[in-house]
Ligand binder design. Sequence first.
Ligand code: MG
Ligand code: MG
Length: 248
Amino acid sequence: MSVKRKSGYEIKLMREAGKVVALVHSEMKKIVKPGVTTKYLNDIAYQVIKDNKCDPTFLGYNGFPATICASVNEEVVHGFPSDRILKDGDIISIDVGATYRGYVGDSAWTYPVGEISQDCKKLLEITEKSLYAGLSKLKSGNILDDVSGAVEDVANEYHYSIIRHYGGHGVGQNMHEEPFVFNYRTNNNLLLKTGMTIAVEPMLTLGGDDVEVLGDNWTVVTKDKSFAAHFEHTCAVTESGADILTKL
Ligand code: MG
Ligand code: MG
């Protein structure tokens, strides 16, 4: 497996892209509420990205038709923005990428819409916790399985199912580069080195881990219709841990 290590300059460009992604998320946090459509969220995200000299990475990627993935409730990833109106008690996972001078930042977050159930609150809290557990292992000298295992351990501790068909990835000039990052142990002993840039993205559910793709060929849902959460940051590996690029 060939994993490209980025120069300091390349990481600087990725951090610029990442800041704009974080800016989109800070905007989403403000405007996600009952009564808005997912298309409205998409339009705002597009504008924020364009206003900040970036391009929306997802738009046109393998034919994807939008700036954000908007995945509501049992939708796990790759949902389309639409005229769907968010309602009280929904959860929405928003995944977004921005490209700055050819370099990509990629980050996802799940937001509560209005007042959500205690079960959903806990799901969001623990999925975020599993992300940061994984990131804490993203340092040079560790192996990739340390990252995957840390995510897995949090999910197991709280008895949530891990979506196994999807995971994190290397990121740089392409949104998806080597290595693939599972959210559970696979004995991947890839040695982490400074300059590797990796997106970690656990997806956990309140029910089972089986998923299916809807007839639109994109939207991934849980088969048992249980709600799913998704948290992701793009990071650079350093000697002391993850340097999170997708933050302000
Ligand atoms: Mg990703
Ligand atoms: Mg993403």
